[in-house]
Design a protein around this ligand. Structure first.
Ligand SMILES: [Ca+2]
Ligand SMILES: [Ca+2]
Length: 361
């Protein structure tokens, strides 16, 4: 029997080893794909270099001698060297390493295979150093992708490792498609066309969660905020007609397709059925109902005076009013008393509040 401490240590060691192995596996899988993209860069740059050097010759002007030797330059080792020099960025280790490792192959192709195998990518990356596969194929033996190499993933997704010696050939489906073969539709889409090799997924009506056709009568299930009507179609739920209302007392409810929103009432209202001062259920304090709308009460012109202290004046404002001491008076101990001409150094004290507010401002 092993002691618990030793078992624990063994477990930890094992999980470390597993982690390292896992890392190596994923790392080498990634490498197989990146080998191919490195090779692709090399052959693309080779083709570019081939085009650029097509207009060149051994250098200098166009003397008769050079005109004659131009044809020799086309197939010369000098031209090959010029092209090979430009295959990689100097900073790309992988690229330079691959070119150095296989430099002989470029010479072989240049002098012996070019005519018969003009596609360098195919000859070099796929057939010779075997880091890539033909389009629609993946893995060490260039197996066909899921859905076949002609149209991997049935044209609705990307095959893992497509065109490389890596990957597992499985599909990651495009938006709106799912399933191993990318023939099924995700929720909210339906198969407009569907057979064993072809599928077209089209969006459902906005009222459906799932559907079999394009209209709101083709829903299998209604989306949240929508409900079945008598004709089995999904229609908007009018949340605002519910009792109690889903909104607060100082808000009105606005129904929308598939949802609703709560909006603040006008400030002159206490409760409302819509926007503006003419949709109030009752008027807020300081306002009165006149001709179907809520307007400010002018407290200062009411028969019963509201500012009742002596030497006091009233000023109306929206929703309320203000009482303040008349010119030449100031507030002291809740009374308006005659101002004493202030000494210069006392001036600052006179700017203290001389008004008193009433009700809500
Ligand atoms: Ca609604
Ligand atoms: Ca008022």
């Amino acid at each position: 029997m092993l002691s618990t401490g030793l078992q624990m240590r063994l477990m930890r060691l094992l999980s470390c080893v597993t982690l390292v192995l896992l890392f190596q596996v994923t790392d080498s899988k990634k490498d197989l794909k990146s080998f191919c993209s490195t090779c692709r860069i090399i052959t693309d740059n080779f083709n570019k270099g081939f085009e650029i050097t097509a207009k060149q010759n051994f250098g200098g002007g166009n003397t008769a001698w050079e005109e004659r030797t131009l044809s020799k330059y086309e197939t010369s080792e000098i031209r090959l060297m010029e092209i090979v020099e430009g295959l990689c960025d100097s900073s790309s280790f992988d690229c330079n390493h691959m070119v150095e490792e296989h430099e002989d192959h470029f010479e072989t192709w240049w002098f012996k295979r070019k005519t018969k195998h003009p596609d360098l990518h195919k000859w070099f990356c796929i057939d010779t150093i075997k880091v890539c596969c033909p389009k629609g194929m993946f893995g060490p033996d260039c197996s066909a992708c899921v859905g076949g190499s002609e149209r991997p993933c049935h044209g609705n997704g990307k095959c893992d490792g497509d065109g490389t010696r890596g990957g597992d050939g499985k599909c990651s489906c495009d938006d709106s498609y799912r399933g191993e073969f990318c023939l099924d539709c995700i929720d909210g889409y339906f198969n407009e066309v569907r057979n064993d090799t072809f599928s077209l997924c089209t969006e459902c009506d906005s009222s459906c969660k799932t559907c079999t056709g394009a209209t709101n009568q083709d829903c299998d299930e209604c989306k949240e905020g929508w409900e079945d009507d008598d004709q089995e179609a999904c229609v908007d739920v009018n949340e605002c007609s519910k009792d109690p209302s889903p909104c607060e007392e100082d808000q009105y409810c606005l129904n929308t397709d598939g949802s609703y929103s709560c909006k603040a009432c006008d400030k002159v209202c206490t409760g409302c059925t819509g926007p503006g001062p003419d949709s109030c259920q009752a008027c807020a304090s300081g306002y009165q109902h006149t001709e179907g709308t809520c307007t400010d009460i002018d407290e200062c012109s009411q028969t019963e005076p509201v500012c009742t202290r002596e030497n006091e004046e009233c000023v109306n404002n929206k929703g309320s009013y203000v009482c303040f001491c008349s010119e030449g008076y100031e507030e002291r101990d809740d009374e308006c008393v005659q101002k004493i001409e202030p000494e210069k150094e006392e001036e600052s004290e006179t700017s203290e509040t001389t008004t008193s507010a009433h009700g809500e401002l």
